[in-house]
Design a protein around this ligand. Structure first.
Ligand SMILES: Nc1ncnc2c1ncn2[C@@H]1O[C@H](COP(=O)(O)OP(=O)(O)O)[C@@H](O)[C@H]1O
Ligand SMILES: O=C(CO)[C@H](O)[C@H](O)COP(=O)(O)O
Length: 500
């Protein structure tokens, strides 16, 4: 069986493109993953605006939309027991605060007319099959559903969304399926026509993108690479899905409660295992922001284009040029970044935190841009170290990182994660591992594999292993101390400004 991976985009016909030249009757199954954004439809399944302007083309609240700040504060003040299962503090990026925002701000134009609220991956599987069943993954991770106990009526009543209880959760999902389960009669004739595939192809209950990435990498056979996780349980592996944001997926046999780290979620990624999900709200987005906002960016763009390189490949080679005899990471001895430009997701779970840079100079040249980029990459890796320390303090034991997502294409990002965490980093043979995770779902829905675990073992493959440069550890330990001071100081500044 071969696997075809496709990233959906509204601007082209990617599925038709990817199956060009192959016999579409060989396509056995389809799996969807997407970001955990909130899709709103009316009772007839038409888009409903989630904006004050009433534009129904904008019917999705994106996952990184932080408009529901006041709502999430009030939800957290309830200290309801479901909050235990999201790290103790609900994130503004989850669905309950967004739903409450819609009720409080768009009552007539949206809330009263709404018939269906979907997590984006569930919307896609509905669109493909007409089946409104939700994936256990999205409901458990973003909607407070429990795999063991179902919905908790008291939570929705307490936060002012008793409407869902009254109609037996029909608008947010009262049929829940494990990821990979086959949906209805598969692809509808209409969806089949849109995608250029045969009707009836098996379609799987979906996964959120990070969870698909986790499935795509975490079960690989690591024998023969000299790794300490060889022979250790799969629970010693941490999958880090790093793209626009980074998600740190660790699994365990028993529930582990990690303050500030989402979960524990039962069966939300690997069936039968509990999942903890650490995260950083902006990582790839932050690097892009720092690089594109610098005065030397036009020069960088021109030079990279002249060499037919990406700006990141150019910056990495520029850093190699200016580092001289020292390790590249040592270029930031006096430049430090705190990366929470969009608040801290884990483990501090503090939406109010902001980004910080210390060590700026008057220069605005390419060297300056390259070093700021390096310090940003390092700050993201220090954030990963902080998350791992929190997970380990609560009972996880991590020995190896499995990186995937757009940022794992950046060798500097990967090496910094190895050096700063002191752990080997495994990269998959298939670089688009998030899509491998979705393909695993499709292969389960078609019945080609009896279980997600079996499909994971067969379909994830180790590509490259990057080991930490342990000789640089002392330097990174010192920079980590500074990193922790930055947030301590930021909190002190906030306290000073709050005082009389
Ligand atoms: N070839 C590359 N080299 C360096 N960085 C890259 C490369 N490709 C993507 N990135 C980084 O990855 C991020 C996007 O990752 P991706 O996984 O595609 O996003 P998403 O999480 O939204 O699916 C970008 O913000 C960029 O910083
Ligand atoms: O919360 C998440 C997963 O649980 C992700 O951060 C969210 O889905 C967005 O992912 P991406 O970085 O791919 O845009």
């Amino acid at each position: 069986m071969s696997t075809h991976l496709v990233q959906l985009s509204p601007h082209n016909d990617p599925v038709k493109k990817v199956v060009q030249g192959i016999d579409v009757n060989q396509v056995r199954g389809l799996g969807f993953d997407a970001t955990c954004s909130l899709v709103v439809l009316d009772k007839q399944f038409h888009p409903l605006p989630v904006n004050l302007e009433g534009d129904s083309r904008r019917n999705i609240i994106m996952w990184l939309d932080h408009r529901a700040v006041s709502q999430v504060h009030r939800i957290n003040e309830t200290q309801h027991s479901v909050l235990q299962y999201v790290g103790g503090v609900m994130s503004v990026e989850m669905q309950a605060p967004k739903l409450l925002w819609l009720k409080e701000n768009l009552r007539e134009t949206c809330w009263d007319k709404a018939g269906h609220f979907f997590d984006l991956p569930d919307f896609l599987s509905w669109k493909a099959t007409g089946v409104t069943a939700r994936s256990l993954c999205s409901l458990v991770c973003k909607w407070t559903y429990s795999a063991e106990k179902g919905w908790d009526d008291s939570f929705w009543k307490t936060i002012g969304l008793e409407d869902f209880v009254a109609d037996n959760y029909s608008k947010i999902g009262n049929q829940v399926l494990p990821p990979g389960a086959s949906l209805g009669n598969g692809l509808t004739p209409e969806a089949a026509k849109d995608l250029g595939l045969p009707a009836g192809v098996a379609v799987a209950a979906s996964l959120i993108d990070a969870h698909a990435g986790g499935l795509g990498v975490i079960g690989a056979d690591v024998r023969g690479h000299g790794l300490s996780c060889e022979g250790q349980p799969v629970t010693s592996r941490l999958a880090v899905i790093c793209g626009t944001s980074s998600c740190h997926m660790g699994i365990s046999r028993d529930p582990i409660f990690v303050p500030g780290v989402w979960g524990p979620y039962f069966s939300a990624m690997v069936p039968g295992f509990w999942l903890n999900e650490g995260g950083q709200s902006v990582t790839g987005k932050l690097i892009d922001h720092m690089v594109q906002g610098h005065a030397a960016f036009p020069e960088l763009q021109a030079k990279a284009a002249a060499r037919c390189q990406s700006v990141y490949a150019y910056l990495n080679s520029h850093l190699d040029l200016i580092k001289k005899a020292q390790p590249v990471g040592f270029l930031t001895v006096d430049l430090h970044v705190w990366p929470d430009f969009h608040g801290n997701r884990s483990p501090l779970a503090d939406l109010t935190l902001k980004g910080m840079v210390t060590g700026l100079k008057l220069s605005q040249d390419l060297d300056d841009l390259a070093i700021l980029y390096l310090a940003t990459v390092q700050a993201i890796a220090f954030g990963t170290r902080l998350i791992i320390e929190a997970m380990e303090a609560a009972g996880h034991s991590v020995s190896t990182l499995f990186l995937c997502g757009g940022l794992s294409k950046n060798p500097l990002f990967v090496q910094m994660h190895a050096d700063i965490t002191g752990m080997p980093v495994i990269l998959s043979r298939e670089v688009e591992s998030v899509l491998v995770g979705a393909a695993i779902l499709g292969a389960c829905a078609s019945g080609d594999f009896a279980s997600v675990q079996e499909a994971m073992a067969k379909m994830s493959k180790v590509g490259k292993v990057v080991f930490p440069r342990l000789e640089d550890k002392r330097y990174y330990d010192k920079k980590y101390k500074v990193f922790l001071k930055l947030v301590e100081h930021q909190k002190e500044y906030a306290a000073i400004m709050k005082g009389d």
